[in-house]
Design a protein around this ligand. Structure first.
Ligand code: GTP
Ligand code: MG
Length: 371
């Protein structure tokens, strides 16, 4: 198994990526900056810098006491797909979603740059619902893109037809691959004079994204967020991909979800954008989100309308937290309130210990083995 990349490892150790590359060379390995390293290599390299590596299965540690029961197949019902839009900065992700939602979010953003994960529910002309997550393309927001890819069923990879495959295009491809989610390519800005979709397709193929006309499995649509050209076709392709997945959830169980982002509001306290992934969240439910206990005070949809209950694939704004969870934290509703409080406490304890340990060793999260 391969874990983190050369540049991640360099960041963790606080050294330059080039130094790590040189160290690898001195150990007889030619590596590139975005290459993932296996455990043995990570250990060897880290040792050169005086670190011993501890592999921690973070998920396993955090999951602790919670038994998330499997759903009985009979209880499963179809749910709407969750689609994350990813791509390089300014390639037109928010504009594309604006067109689909017939809204004007991109125009209102500071400097026209998305700095958060927006979540929207859209109903298509055929009456089907789709939940969209918008992600920022700016290079500073890698973690948000990674979470976006993890919370989704399908990624729409947006590439501007008058530009090229760029660093965050490649990053988005890597996140999607790591999360194992299919990618539908939207070649955007087709209305522009310099649009060259063939160039984009051939560049994408160099990164393992091979469109159908080149014999690959990635669907592609040539679109313009300004004129709307090709967008129906894009949505159709996404829905076909989603239908193949036969997405299901059990609306009759206690809710499970993921924190997309959180902030502190002067009047309301902590407000978090949550995506419900399974079950139904109801007003009054006790919950735990990462290390934070809470009880659902109020839920709103993206239009600011109050909800009494929110089922699978619904993005909501939630209030009622005791403290502020982090984006990526998982939200669950345990059977009893007491359990929620205990889990929150345990998770706080684990995080404190982890942050202490990080000062002494390199701790690599989310690894599948423990030493
Ligand atoms: P980040 O969120 O910062 O990564 O950017 P983004 O990918 O969401 O791009 P955004 O939608 O903000 O669009 C960037 C610029 O490209 C804006 O000026 C848009 O008006 C313009 N743009 C987006 N789509 C199109 C398009 O299809 N055609 C043309 N001509 N311009 C577009
Ligand atoms: Mg944007």
């Amino acid at each position: 198994t391969e874990f983190i990349t050369v540049s991640d490892l360099a960041d963790l150790m606080g050294v330059k990526s080039n130094d790590v590359i040189t160290t690898c060379m001195s150990l007889g390995m030619m590596v590139s900056i975005n290459q993932r390293l296996d455990a043995a290599t990570i250990e060897l390299v880290a040792e050169e810098y005086g670190y011993d590596v501890e592999f921690v299965d973070a998920e396993e540690m955090i999951e602790d006491e919670i038994e998330v029961e499997e759903d009985d197949p009979e209880d499963l019902e179809p749910r709407s797909p969750i689609i994350t839009v990813m791509g390089h900065v300014d390639h037109g992700k928010t504009s594309l979603l604006d067109y689909i939602r017939k809204a004007k979010v991109a125009a209102g953003e500071a400097g026209g740059i998305t700095q958060h994960v927006g979540a929207y529910e859209v109903e298509t002309d055929s009456g089907k619902k789709i939940t969209f997550l918008d992600t920022p393309g700016h290079e500073a927001f890698t973690a948000m893109r990674s979470r976006g890819a993890q919370a989704t069923d399908i990624v729409i990879l947006v590439v501007a037809a008058d530009d090229a495959v760029m660093p965050q295009t490649i990053e988005a491809i890597n996140h999607s691959k790591a999360a194992g989610v299919p990618m539908v390519v939207a070649i955007n800005k087709m209305d522009k004079a310099g649009a060259n979709p063939d160039k984009i397709k051939s560049q994408l193929s160099e990164h393992g994204v091979i469109v159908e006309e080149y014999g690959g499995k990635n669907q592609v649509a040539e679109v313009s967020a300004h004129t709307g050209e090709g967008i129906d076709e894009l949505l159709e392709k996404v829905l076909i991909e989603a239908e193949l997945m036969e997405l299901q959830a059990n609306p009759d169980r206690l809710a499970q979800g993921i924190v997309l982002e959180s902030r502190i509001d002067k009047g309301k306290g902590t407000v978090a954008n949550i995506l419900i992934q399974n079950g139904t969240l109801k007003v009054g439910d006790p919950f735990v989100a990462g290390p934070v206990f809470g009880r659902v005070r109020a839920m709103e949809n993206e239009h600011g309308e109050r909800l009494e209950a929110a089922g699978p694939s619904t993005p909501i704004q939630l209030t009622g937290f005791d403290d502020t969870p982090q984006a990526g934290d998982r939200l669950i509703v345990p059977k009893e309130e007491k359990a929620a409080k205990e889990i929150a406490n345990q998770r706080q304890q684990i995080r404190r210990e982890q942050s202490l340990r990080q000062t002494k060793h390199l701790t690599l999260d989310d690894l599948s083995r423990r030493m």
